[in-house]
Design a protein around this ligand. Structure first.
Ligand SMILES: [Zn+2]
Length: 731
């Protein structure tokens, strides 16, 4: 044990004090001094309440959550305001509805800088605060990290087979980070927000839970992680003193009403979430509360527990009377909304109101359910006009003044990692009454999500077909055209890619992305004049300097391909005028020397460009590391070359020339096994006709004809339609 003895000792004393206080349970509850131990919020993403044994489920054991519920107070009817991760967590941590925070979708929205989050409120009371999250959707630049002294959202980049928006970190890793943080602060006045992404699709539970259906198996794994954290707290005498909140941000469809995942619909399975609050000294242990409660109640509850004033702009209510069992709260209805379909596809938004008995869902075809008689929401009773109209009026009052705004900027990284499709302009979506009802669009939604899965799994031919099928139904969805184009590029279906970019440009003529994409495809095909024309369009229409820069960078690269040194330098200089720190001009100078085979002269310039790049930060210039690596290799500085190839591949894993270069480098270094492994990775990581062709040539080059033939045969069966041409590797 590396922890200082003194810390353990103090905690031990404090635990003893708590235990003594708990003996006079009634007094403890009444006197209700502010809590002094850690406050811990554990959010298990996408966890339906009705899939937990604590809520009556029989399908999977969750001993840790059961034990926590036995030590705490369980809320039988807790609701989320939205079935999406970022808006839901923004509501949990601010105590404000999505319509109030303005965070209404996972992408394109951020928590405003002026918003006060629970972490900040507790920090103001002397708490040290930590957030450890497991999904890219909750990364730091969403603003969700405000008020945390320590925030860890270091989510690994996507693995094969996983849709980019679903990239997550193993909850066990997040849990370990939370433990290490506890060790490091040496104080019990701590607030921890620990987010696990386990039950979120794709369901990839560890082997040992394989006896359960995949979603349930993920729940079992989450439970094991929760159990580990609680064991840590117990072994450090922190558990009894802790206030532990366990909840989920939303549920999962599991096709109860047609949706497999979440985001579009607002039935029970999507918004009924578990909520357990274990208080300091386990006060109220085992109590179950039937009152209707909601995410925005959490902040007022915790503020009351620490005896902090509750900000006046919060609509939620402290659940303290329910925790104490000293009373009920007046009945209240819960507002929820689902805007995913609206923002991403231009369908109607859904809003709902849930009260003690009914759920009303406002939609082009309204729904009303009697949750007491029909808890599975099988019978729509929207023709009961009296109830329906009353619920509708109440909902309208609640949503009053909350307009649906356009989304903000989406960074390239977020778009790439979330596979966010661009948003259908809400302004151009026509009168609300004509918008499609999302529940009637679930089929195309499924096709689209399957296409994303196929693309993420690099089953690109399948993805192309599915994107095309989606677009037959949603021809106005500009960003699905862009996704089709990018997927087609991987498979060198340049005809499909160019056509898709043409559609994109027709739908979004004032956005540079389409022209940039088309220019890049044309450059790959070495149709340099056409590429130049498209890139010139970018300069013409770009409103932002970053976009113009991208246009000039592309023009510089096209000029390099044309061996037009003057234009290349010129374009790079223009780019530097806009961004004085760009390494592009140095890179261009280096490239010009490299292209002449003057490696000794090129090297210092590549090194200078690398230094400029490092100073500037952010994403690297494409191929900078690659050319530096290749230059080192020419000069037989193999270790430097290896490092640069690796750097290129970290940021651009589909740069097959870099991977091929690395294989040849290993061969030159006589590391034959490493060379073979890298050639194998080439077609595993980037299964395109081009990479198969390159792999075959590499095997030939290193004298393994047998392997070369095997790769060619594999390519023929993998890409029957591709002509077996010995094409040049594009540059
Ligand atoms: Zn979520």
């Amino acid at each position: 044990m590396s922890r200082p003895l003194r810390f353990t000792f103090i905690l031990g004393l404090a635990a003893l004090a708590t235990a003594l206080a708990a003996v006079g349970g009634w007094r403890f509850a009444r006197a209700s001094a502010p809590v002094s131990g850690p406050i811990i919020v554990i959010s298990i993403d996408t966890l339906r309440a009705d899939h937990l044994p604590a809520y009556g489920y029989r399908g999977v054991p969750t001993p840790a959550i059961d034990a926590l519920a036995a030590d705490g107070v369980l809320f039988e009817r807790a609701y989320s305001h939205t079935p999406q991760t970022l808006p839901a967590h923004a509501a949990i941590l601010t105590g404000r509805l999505p319509s109030e925070t303005g965070v209404r979708d996972d992408v394109g929205f951020t928590v405003k800088a002026g918003e006060r989050l629970l972490a900040q409120m507790l920090r103001d009371r002397g708490y040290t605060t930590a957030g450890v999250v497991s999904s890219f959707v909750l990364r730091k630049d969403t603003g969700i990290a405000q008020g945390f002294d320590f925030f860890d959202a270091d989510i690994p980049a996507g693995r094969g087979g996983i849709r980019a928006g679903q990239v997550k970190r193993d909850g066990a890793v997040s849990e370990a980070i939370a433990e290490r943080w506890f060790e490091s602060i040496g104080s019990a006045r701590a607030f921890v927000f620990l987010h696990l992404d386990e039950p979120h699709a794709p369901y990839l539970p560890p082997e040992r839970f394989s006896e359960y259906p995949p979603y349930d198996a993920e729940i079992a794994y989450s439970d094991a992680i929760v159990g580990r954290f609680i064991r840590y707290l117990k072994s450090h005498q922190l558990y009894d003193r802790s206030t532990i909140v366990l909840l989920s941000d939303h549920g999962e469809g599991l096709r109860d009403h047609g949706e497999q995942e979440h985001g579009v619909l607002l039935h029970e399975e999507a918004i009924h979430v578990p909520l357990v609050i274990k208080q300091e000294g386990n006060a109220g242990a085992g109590r179950r509360v039937a009152d209707l409660v909601q995410h925005i109640d959490l902040v007022p509850t915790i503020l009351e527990l620490v005896k902090a004033p509750v900000p006046g702009n919060l609509r939620g209510r402290s659940l303290k009377p329910l925790l104490d069992g000293t009373g009920h709260l007046p009945a209240r209805s819960v507002y929820s909304e689902a805007l995913y379909g609206r923002y991403r596809f231009g369908w109607s938004e859904l809003t709902s109101l849930t009260d003690e008995r009914y759920r009303y869902i406002k939609a082009p075809h309204e729904e009303l359910y009697d949750l007491q008689r029909d808890p599975r929401e099988q019978t729509n009773i929207a023709d009961e006009r009296r109830v329906r109209d009353a619920m509708r009026r109440a909902l309208d009052r609640m949503a009053d003044g909350a307009t649906i705004r356009a989304v903000g900027d989406v960074t390239a990284e977020a778009r790439e990692r979330l596979q966010a499709i661009e948003y259908v302009s809400t302004a151009g979506a026509g009168p609300e009454s004509t918008l499609a009802d999302p529940k009637e669009k679930l089929e195309v939604l499924d096709t689209y999500r399957t296409a994303l899965d196929a693309a993420a799994g690099r089953r690109w031919a399948e993805a192309i077909a599915l994107f095309q099928e989606t677009l037959r139904e949603l021809p106005e969805a500009a960003d699905i055209w862009r996704q089709l184009a990018e997927t087609a590029e991987h498979l060198e279906r340049y005809d499909v890619a160019t056509d898709a970019y043409r559609h994109y440009v027709e739908l979004r003529p004032s956005e540079p992305e389409g022209y940039l994409g088309a220019a890049a495809v044309l450059l790959k095909q070495r149709k340099l004049e056409e590429a130049r024309a498209q890139a010139a369009q970018v300069i013409e229409i770009a409103a932002k300097s970053a976009q113009r820069m991208a246009g000039h960078e592309l023009l510089a690269r096209i000029a390099l391909a044309r061996r037009d040194a003057d234009t290349a330098r010129q374009e790079a200089d223009i780019a530097r005028d806009a961004d004085p720190r760009t390494p592009l001009p140095t890179f261009v100078q280096a490239r010009l020397l490299y292209d002449e085979g003057r490696f000794v002269d090129a090297l210092p310039l590549f090194e200078q460009a690398l230094a400029e790049q490092q100073k500037r930060g952010g994403a690297s210039l494409a191929e900078l590391h690659y050319y530096a690596a290749d230059t080192y290799a020419h000069l037989e500085r193999y270790a430097d070359a290896e490092a640069q190839f690796a750097a290129e591949l970290r940021e651009f894993p589909h740069n097959i020339r870099a991977r091929g270069g690395l294989a040849l480098l290993y061969h030159a270094m006589d590391r034959l096994d490493a060379a073979a492994a890298v050639i194998g990775e080439l077609t595993d990581i980037t299964p395109t006709p081009e990479s198969y062709a390159l792999a075959a040539r590499l095997w030939t080059a290193i004298g393994n004809r047998l392997q070369a033939d095997a790769v060619r045969a594999a390519a023929r069966s993998e890409f029957p339609e591709a002509v077996q041409r010995n094409q040049p590797i594009s540059r």
